[in-house]
Ligand binder design. Structure first.
Ligand code: CP
Length: 305
């Protein structure tokens, strides 16, 4: 059976541990002058992005190249999607070019799972609607594990637009699977329906969210996905829910700040926090290449053999 990577709900904690361990090998391997391995020599990977991306798309393309694979990327603008070609027809077309892996980002939840049923290639979810962004959660977990040694028992507060964040959804699933305690804090209007059934604690105020936390994960206000009126004003949002130095002082000693990027500077997170030494946003980007290399290797294992 081919290996797809669609959501962390379908990945065991043992597989997550192996991927994080293998990411360390990949990070070490590409930190020298020669970044190229031949683990995926002779394989091919296509990135198919229906939504904008800098980090996810470029890191997958570099990860594939560093592993020795042939890589090509297409986006909706400039492809036959603009002529009306359907999602499945597009995916099947790429599959018939003998792509071994297709990494897809789409605005509709379930799009990666849909194409996975129609192609021979392994499908990796690079973010689908409000559903999941499992490779972001994987790189976030790798960054946390590298900093603290283990995910077990870590207290992680996810703060901001939880409702529109597939990053939050995937981190709640992944971190809880790995033994971390996850807290979420957002205005009621930016909290998804049914959050109380998920493996996380819903905080009532900023004190509850920040106090005792080892990791603060700020989330981008996704102005492009939401209708107006979910919070009174950007200034008030920032005042009540923003990540500030004053609030960081409530966290555990040695606490770190993370942000999946891109950040709205001065809105969900203050500039001095974003640029501080305890903010690991740049380490997350570096981790993204290593974890995606580990994942591409993982997907290349054909379970039939
Ligand atoms: N974090 C993230 O998914 O960033 P991009 O949209 O730049 O890929």
């Amino acid at each position: 059976m081919k290996r797809d990577f669609l959501a962390l709900a379908q990945v065991s904690s043992d597989d997550i541990s192996s991927l994080l361990q293998r990411a360390k090998f990949m990070e070490d391997a590409i930190s020298g002058a020669n970044k190229t391995l031949d683990i995926l020599k002779g394989k091919s990977m296509v990135t198919l992005f229906y939504e904008n991306s800098t980090r996810t798309r470029c890191s997958f393309e570099l990860a594939g190249k560093y592993l020795g694979a042939q890589t090509v990327g297409i986006t909706t603008s400039g492809s036959s999607v603009k002529k009306g070609e359907s999602l499945i027809d597009t995916a099947v077309t790429l599959d018939k070019m003998q792509a071994d892996v297709i990494v897809i980002r789409h605005s509709v939840a379930g799009a990666p799972a849909l194409i996975a049923k129609h192609v021979r290639a392994s499908v990796i979810n690079g973010g689908d609607g409000l559903h999941a962004h499992p490779t972001q959660a994987l790189l976030d977990m790798y960054t946390m594990q590298k900093t603290f040694g283990s995910l077990k028992g870590l207290e992680v507060a996810i703060i901001g637009d939880v409702k529109h964040s597939r990053v939050a959804q995937s981190n709640i699933v992944g971190l809880s699977k790995m033994g971390a305690k996850v807290k979420v804090f957002a205005p009621n209007t930016l909290m998804p329906r049914g959050i109380e059934t998920q493996p996380c604690v819903v905080c009532k105020n900023a004190k509850e969210a920040f106090e005792g936390s080892d990791v603060i994960m700020g989330l981008r206000i996704q102005l492009e996905r939401q209708q107006k009126g979910l919070f009174p004003s950007v200034e008030e949002y920032s005042r009540f829910y923003g990540v500030s130095m004053e609030r960081m002082a409530l966290c555990n000693k040695g606490a770190i700040v993370m942000h999946p990027g891109p950040a709205n500077r001065g809105i969900e997170i203050d500039c001095d926090v974003l640029d501080s030494e305890f903010c690991l946003k740049d380490d997350q980007v570096t981790s993204g290449v290593a974890t995606r290399m580990a994942l591409l290797e993982w997907c290349s294992v054909d379970e039939r053999v």
